[in-house]
Ligand binder design. Structure first.
Ligand code: PEP
Ligand code: MG
Length: 871
């Protein structure tokens, strides 16, 4: 084979060693290939690569050579299985299943039972002696093919099925006999012909080709697009398509389909979890056609298959060293594994499983730390119902995703989106499908009547870290009247309910929730993370209570105390206004003297909590007009005049930060005195001086800091001679980053204020960008991330690197941190690690996230890798 031919190969058998990984084969394809080569019971088949999908989506036709490769792969499959595609004698039936490199559960389409036709169904019915099975499979094919390839409305098929069941006086699909299903096939074919004007294709080759094209196209359906946007999955990667020999979970009472997790995906405990349906195809379990049975019952019903499943899950956990989510089918007692992937799990389960796997010797502590998604950590300490509250439990269900949530009842995803703009909502549905993804994203939590741990609602809710109660039998929804019955209660749309996804309870009204402030597993993993990270983690905190929380979450100091809130409050604001309205410096100082004790008390409170850890206090930043009412509300002519004189066209770029401090030095002087006096008071009281870092905002010129540095040192010397302290600056203007070497001459430290640095480097005001043009930039793909949430590494990041290196070029010991919002964003934290910063500072709640992300960055640099299974 020539090199060119290797380059353009689009199809790989599961049994062969592929030349690429998940990017080429998709997660599902790679898993099937690896499981086949591990010797696990996997149906045979082949994968059409993501290269082929991308080429198809670009040109709208199959790339050259794909048809020939498909033909050859089919022949190999026929030879290996002793069957023939499209033949009524020993027919080969296949499924066509999507599978991208990154798992997108249920977002794209799959089609089962391809290869059936009138003749093949008859042949299969005769050969198996089971007409019910043959025609049930055929009617499923017509429906799925009709929906996915031709876009026929699913309801038309569902209605025909319901009508037939009514005519036959049965309630379950499985009660229809072979004759009934033959009749159903005829009705389905009529629906197909009526909708499209041509017959359902009888040629297996035509079916297969159209199915592959449709699955490629399903990459671009709107729910997949939404899912990618919500999960930061690139648009261009495309999906692979797996063509898999059919195995039949619907071949009678010794057949079944199910999903199994090797450990509990909600709690992480070591017991396998899952559900299955006897005599059903896999899609039935996920779609919740009938209530599935819990996995434990499989041990009683089909013990040999169950034992083999446990064995296979153990082998898969050993291979992937992670919790697996396995799809399986049992055909006449024989187990087949159709798919394995790393299980989506709650943050609590992720921590529990990682710790257990370290104990079991399956993974190292480094891997345990790498495995936890930092952004999930915020969900570990999820709200719970206050144990002291008395609640009315209306109904119970499966505790499918932990945490509690309160909201107004909505019955549709669209209504969830609409109403969530006004108030928190709980999505209440019979079940959810991938079409409801936007509603799940908008809701606080979800309650379903149907399904269990593996239902769509449960899987998505766990992924989003939201509570879910599934399979709530006592829930009946009547969308027409906008009500539901929940046990013996009637609940209207808009009524408040509470769901408790940890205990599986649906509760009337808004229960009071509490947020626990610790989790032992979180503490364990973070204590491991702390041993790997080199980046310090501080918190942005303005009050003793915030500081307390920051310490509880493990902050090693405060990287930003914003002092402006200390100017508000009923007692203070009038004095602040008096200060601003003062006619001369004497009057201004008199007002400032009255403010000083308030500020001093605030600083003492924070120093007390931080007990000798660094506290970086930023002097006043916002323009003075922020402390005055609007002109119409002014209470005197003088106030009106002052409001007019302080008015600026663009206050963001106006008299803010150190510009204010240089124009009205008395203000900074007062703040410095308050800091110094608070430090002395705390040192006297506790015997330990606080570590004070005084920070000047919005410096552009070295000369600004030069003057403010002199002011700082003069006041500190007057008030607290001998008190060790640092004097530094925020770097939040591009000029400051560029001139960092000059500025460092007067600075003991730099702290990058990347909120303002992003605004000024990009020339975007955050408030005018977010929700407006920036949102459309994100939708259009002009930018990949919101630069105010995730640092624009190429642009703003370069200023950070430049400022750091220029500053340290004249002062190697210069302490450098970051205190913009980016300090709590995992990707930005990785960047800060690589840029050589000393610490990140973020909101107290994000401190655990930052500790973990900092450790992951350090481990990534050491080359510790972690492989994820499946897709
Ligand atoms: C910043 O600009 O990044 C910063 C932390 O300051 P503020 O958000 O208060 O302007
Ligand atoms: Mg700022």
């Amino acid at each position: 084979m020539t090199l060119a031919a290797i380059d353009t190969r689009y199809v790989y058998d599961f049994a062969e060693e592929p030349p690429g990984g998940r990017e080429l084969l998709g997660g599902k394809g790679l898993g099937l290939s690896e499981m086949t080569r591990l010797g696990l019971p996997v149906p045979r088949g082949f994968t059409v690569t993501t290269d082929a999908c991308r080429a198809y989506l670009e040109a709208d036709v199959f790339p050259e050579g794909l048809d020939q490769e498909l033909g050859a792969a089919l022949q190999r499959l026929e030879r290996a299985t002793g069957t023939r595609f499209g033949s009524s004698d020993r027919p080969l039936l296949v499924s066509v299943r999507s599978g991208a490199a990154i798992s997108m559960p249920g977002m794209m389409d799959s089609i089962l039972d391809l290869g059936l036709s009138d003749a093949v169904a008859e042949g299969m019915s005769k050969a198996t002696g089971n007409a019910q099975f043959a025609f049930d499979s055929y009617r499923r094919l017509i429906q799925m093919y009709g929906e996915v390839v031709e876009g026929i409305d699913a309801d038309r098929f569902e209605e025909a099925l319901s009508t037939l069941k009514r005519e036959r006086g049965v309630t379950e699909d499985t009660e229809l006999d072979g004759g009934d299903l033959r009749e159903l096939v005829a009705r389905y074919k009529r629906i197909y012909r009526d909708a499209l004007g041509h017959e359902f294709p009888q040629d297996a080759g035509v079916q297969l080709r159209a199915a592959i094209e449709a699955v490629f196209r399903s990459w671009q359906n709107s729910r997949a697009q939404t899912y990618r946007r919500l999960n930061d999955i690139p648009e261009w990667i495309g999906t692979a398509v797996n063509v898999v020999q059919m195995v039949f979970g619907n071949a009678g009472p010794r057949s079944a389909s199910g999903v199994a997790f090797s450990r509990d995906p909600a709690s992480g405990s070591r017991e396998p979890h899952g559900e299955f349906l006897v005599d059903a195809q896999g899609e039935d379990v996920v779609a919740g056609i009938r209530a599935p049975q819990p996995l434990e019952q499989l041990e009683e019903e089909l013990p040999a298959a169950y034992a083999e499943l446990r064995k296979a899950m153990n082998a898969l956990e050993r291979r992937y060293r992670d919790v697996q989510d396995v799809e399986f089918t049992i055909e006449q007692g024989a187990l087949f594994i159709l798919q394995t992937r790393s299980a989506k799990r709650t943050a609590a389960a992720a921590l529990r499983a990682a710790i257990d796997m370290v104990d079991e010797g399956l993974i190292s502590r480094e891997e345990a730390v790498l495995r936890i998604d930092p952004s999930m950590l915020e969900h570990v300490l999820h709200p719970m119902i206050d144990a002291r509250a008395s609640v009315t439990v209306a109904a119970t269900g499966v505790p499918a995703s932990p945490g509690a949530a309160v909201g107004a009842v909505v019955f549709t995803a669209d209504e969830a989106v609409r109403r969530s703009a006004e108030e928190p909502v709980i999505l209440v549905r019979f079940d959810t499908t991938p079409d409801d993804i936007h509603g799940l994203a908008a809701a606080q939590g979800v309650l379903t009547a149907h399904g269990g741990m593996a239902s769509h609602a449960a899987v998505v809710a766990r992924g989003m870290g939201k509570p879910c109660v599934a399979g709530c039998d006592a829930l009946q929804i009547d969308e027409a009247t906008g009500t539901c019955t929940l046990g013996s209660f009637i609940v209207h749309e808009g009524d408040q309910i509470t769901i408790d996804g940890s205990a599986g309870r649906a509760i009337l009204g808004a229960a009071s929730l509490v947020v626990p402030d610790s989790n032992p597993d979180l503490d364990t993993v973070l204590s491991w993370a702390d041993t790997f990270r080199t980046l310090g983690v501080r918190a942005n905190a303005d009050t003793p209570a915030d500081a307390e929380r920051a310490r509880a979450f493990g902050a090693e100091g405060i990287g930003l105390v914003r002092t402006e809130h200390m100017f508000f409050g009923d007692e203070r604001l009038p004095v602040v206004q008096e200060m601003i309205l003062a006619e001369d410096e004497v009057a201004r100082r008199a007002a400032l003297d009255r403010l000083l004790p308030f500020q001093q008390a605030d600083f003492e409170g924070i120093f007390d909590v931080m007990r000798g850890l660094p506290v970086t206090i930023r002097l006043l930043d916002p323009p003075l007009h922020e402390f005055l009412p609007s002109e119409g509300e002014a209470t005197s002519e003088r106030m009106k005049d002052r409001i007019r004189s302080l008015r600026e066209t663009n206050p963001m770029l106006g008299t803010r930060g150190c510009r204010l401090g240089l124009q009205w030095p008395e203000i900074y002087e007062m703040q410095l005195r308050a800091i110094a006096r608070a430090a002395i008071a705390v040192a006297d009281r506790t015997g330990k001086p606080p570590r004070v870092e005084i920070m000047h905002p919005l410096v552009a010129y070295a000369e600004e800091l030069h003057r403010l540095h002199d002011l700082t040192e003069r006041v500190m010397n007057e008030e607290a001679p001998g008190l060790a302290h640092l004097c530094g600056t925020m770097i939040e203007l591009p000029r400051a980053a560029l001139r960092a070497a000059d500025i460092a001459a007067y600075a003991d430290f730099f702290s990058f204020g990347t909120n303002d640095l992003t605004q000024t480097a990009l020339g975007m005001s955050r408030d005018d960008a977010e929700g407006k043009f920036l949102t459309s930039y994100l939708n259009l793909g002009v930018v990949g991330h919101d630069p105010f949430a995730t640092l624009d590494q190429n642009g703003v990041g370069e200023l950070v690197e430049l400022g750091t290196s220029r500053g340290r070029s004249v002062k190697p010991e210069l302490e450098v941190g970051i205190c913009g919002e980016h300090g709590g964003d995992p990707a930005s934290i990785g960047f800060c690690h690589h840029a050589g910063l000393d610490y990140v500072s973020c909101s107290p709640f994000r401190v655990p996230v930052a500790r973990l992300a900092a450790a992951q960055a350090a481990l990534a640099e050491r080359g510790t890798k972690y492989e994820v299974a499946g897709g």
